[in-house]
Design a protein around this ligand. Sequence first.
Ligand code: NAP
Length: 299
Amino acid sequence: MTGKKVIVVFGATGAQGGSVARAILESKKFAVRALTRDVTRPSALALQDLGAEVVRGDLNDKASVEAALKGAYGAFLVTNFWEHQNKEKEVCQGKLVADIAKPLGLKHVVYSGLENVKRLSGGKLEVPHFDGKGEVEEYFWSIGVPMTSTRLAAYFENFLTMWKPVKASDADYYTLALPMGDTPMDGISVGDIGPIISSIFNCPEEFLGKAVGLSAEALTIQQYADILSKALGKEVRDAKISPETYEKLGFPAAQELANMCRFYQMKPDRDVKLTHRLNPRVKSFSQFISENLDTFKDI
Ligand code: NAP
């Protein structure tokens, strides 16, 4: 036993939770109890090697979440909409943690939330992976759990996967198809989240009861394209796709992502200055791409 206060990290084997668990362990102020459905997976064992207590838990299993949160000072909660793409399920998982944190008297929950776009737009726009998190934020506060919500900008990592530049047909350039018009879109490397969340746990008096938007920088799609062009030595252009065309692209989340960009065009509050204060080593998009050039070997 270290005698340190314990922070339970949900999603610890994933991108956000993994970054958070490592940063809290590095800062040495709190002990980390990392939750996973499979304690034998390599990312769980790696956290154990770094000093985390790894416990089995499932957000669909109340008893396991209760056992994990018992005796803890705080928790970092991220829920993964994309695993099931069901808003109600995500809301249920978030509310479960709130309902358990309340009677256990947790002192600080940092929740990876987002805006309830449906409510903010008077029902005009639905972005289920935002809306559910917004409902959970509201629920945490309504039942009086001491909570900070962190609303993350789009991951820069998306540009290595689903937003990778695509070769234009019959042309020698590549395009980025994101329906943002000329409005800058906030971004951040998910790997830089951990030190930010750790800083928030270290300053509860400043952050309890607040929602903070996190972003390394905001760039137009043409600016993202220019940085990619320079780094890859291949021309990348903004495809200048409209939300109306994007939502007809036919892949399962096309409508949802078109609406997300419509919401991004309303410029939700993402605080670049605060983000850099909480993690002075937060990477720019240009730095991020130069560290991930290998991913573009095939283009
Ligand atoms: P990730 O890397 O895929 O990791 C998902 C984590 O969730 C894993 O550690 C997994 O743990 C855990 N998990 C999933 N279901 C669970 C359950 N039933 N019980 C316990 N743990 C469970 O995901 P991520 O990127 O960290 O986070 C995903 C979330 O980020 C999404 O909800 C998305 O909306 C949000 N987000 C994404 C972006 C973006 O640009 N991509 C931006 C802002 C917010 P085990 O499998 O080990 O149990």
